[in-house]
Design a protein around this ligand. Sequence first.
Ligand SMILES: Nc1nc2c([nH]c(=O)n2[C@H]2C[C@H](O)[C@@H](COP(=O)(O)OP(=O)(O)OP(=O)(O)O)O2)c(=O)[nH]1
Length: 143
Amino acid sequence: MSETKTINVAAAIFYRDNKILAACRADKENTGLWEFPGGKVEAGETSEQALRREIQEELHCTVQAAFFYDTVTYSYPTFDLHMDCYICTLNESESPIVDPKVHSELHWLAQNELLDVQWLPADIELIKQLGTFWNDIFASQHL
Ligand SMILES: Nc1nc2c([nH]c(=O)n2[C@H]2C[C@H](O)[C@@H](COP(=O)(O)OP(=O)(O)OP(=O)(O)O)O2)c(=O)[nH]1
């Protein structure tokens, strides 16, 4: 029996003006589902390096601060996901830009809007946790 492969992903929970950034996937498989921007960790990269590279490639902007928050693990039918999630800030002068090859739209969601979009299955528990502990998580003076 072959083992299920593990995919290592790095994802950014961007925080600005008391909202977080959600991105709607444009790929065939997951089209219309929402995620945290990011992508696969490549050989030789740390997850934070992957995060910074993916954000530059996908959103054409630069991660300023990145604080490791949690690792999400989830078993999809064809692979096991291992996703390192970072709470991130952007430089004030920058705004993320939609790359239609990757995302159809981006939304900044407030605490009470988190469940207004349909998240990828692996993200749902994390989203609920962010909603419940919002003030504790984002009260840091670093943000
Ligand atoms: N970026 C991201 N991926 C997620 C999240 N939740 C979740 O289940 N995933 C899954 C979807 C994908 O199967 C996988 C990430 O792959 P990806 O397609 O975004 O990676 P990538 O940008 O490196 O894409 P590619 O070059 O391989 O096409 O992780 C999330 O919040 N953010």
